[in-house]
Design a protein. Structure first.
Length: 205
C-alpha cells in the first residue's frame, strides 16, 4: 500500500462517531478487541490508526496504545523530523507521565501547519472527542513516524493531477510502458490499475 491509499481510506472515515457519546464504543475498538467495548479505559485514537493499516499490518503496529505505537516505530528507525503526507503523527495533550497520548495521520503539510485525520477527537476535546475528524495542527507534536510504504511516501497529496489527465499523459508516452510505467505511477501515489483502466477506456472511444 502507498500513502495515498491509506489517506483515501482515512478520508472515508471522517464523521464516524462513537455511540453512544462518551462510551468509546466504536467500530475501530470492536475490530481491535474482537468484540464491542465500552468505558473510559478504551480510548481509540491508536486503534483508529491501526485499523487504517489492517490490510497491511506490517506497516504499523496493531495496538490501542500511542506509546506502544511510537516505541514500535522507534525500534525500527522510522521516526523522522520532517513530516510528509502518509506519516503518523504523535501528540501530547494531557499532563500524565506518558510521553504521547494522541495519534493521527498526516494528510498534507503547509509551512508549520500539518493537516491530519484523527480518531477520537473534536474541537472541544483534542484527544478524547469521540469523532473522526480532519484537523489542522500547529503544536503539541511529539514525533512523526514514517511507515515503509511499498511504493513510497507522497510529499503532498494535493499536488496530484486528476486521473483523466494522468491517463492522457500515459497515452502520450510520458509514463513509460510495462513494469516501468507501473512502478512510476505507483511511486507517484497513483493506483496503476485505475489509471490503466481509464487509459483503455479512452483508447476505445
Amino acid at each position: 500500500m502507498n500513502a495515498k491509499q491509506i489517506i483515501d481510506i482515512a478520508k472515508k472515515e471522517i464523521g464516524t462517531k462513537e455511540s453512544p457519546p462518551d462510551s468509546n464504543n466504536v467500530k475501530y475498538n470492536t475490530w481491535y478487541y474482537g468484540h464491542p467495548v465500552s468505558g473510559s479505559q478504551y480510548p481509540w485514537c491508536a486503534t483508529f490508526v491501526s485499523w487504517l493499516f489492517k490490510a497491511e499490518q506490517g506497516l504499523c503496529k496493531k495496538t490501542a496504545s500511542c506509546v506502544d505505537m511510537l516505541d514500535w516505530f522507534e525500534k525500527r528507525g522510522q521516526v523522522v523530523k520532517n513530516p510528509q503526507a502518509g506519516d503518523i503523527v504523535f501528540f501530547k495533550y494531557s499532563t500524565n507521565n506518558r510521553r504521547t497520548n494522541h495519534v493521527g495521520l498526516v494528510v498534507s503539510v503547509s509551512g508549520n501547519c500539518i493537516n491530519t485525520i484523527e480518531g477520537n477527537t473534536s474541537t472541544t476535546s483534542q484527544d478524547n472527542g469521540g469523532c473522526v475528524m480532519q484537523r489542522n495542527r500547529y503544536s503539541h507534536i511529539v514525533a512523526y513516524a514514517r511507515p515503509k510504504y511499498i511504493t513510497g511516501t507522497l510529499t503532498n497529496i494535493s499536488d496530484h493531477k486528476p486521473l483523466e489527465e494522468i491517463a492522457k499523459e500515459v497515452i502520450q508516452g510520458k509514463w513509460g510502458s510495462g513494469n516501468d510505467r507501473r512502478q512510476r505511477l505507483s511511486n507517484a501515489g497513483y493506483d496503476y490499475r485505475e489509471v490503466q483502466k481509464l487509459v483503455n477506456e479512452m483508447l476505445r472511444r
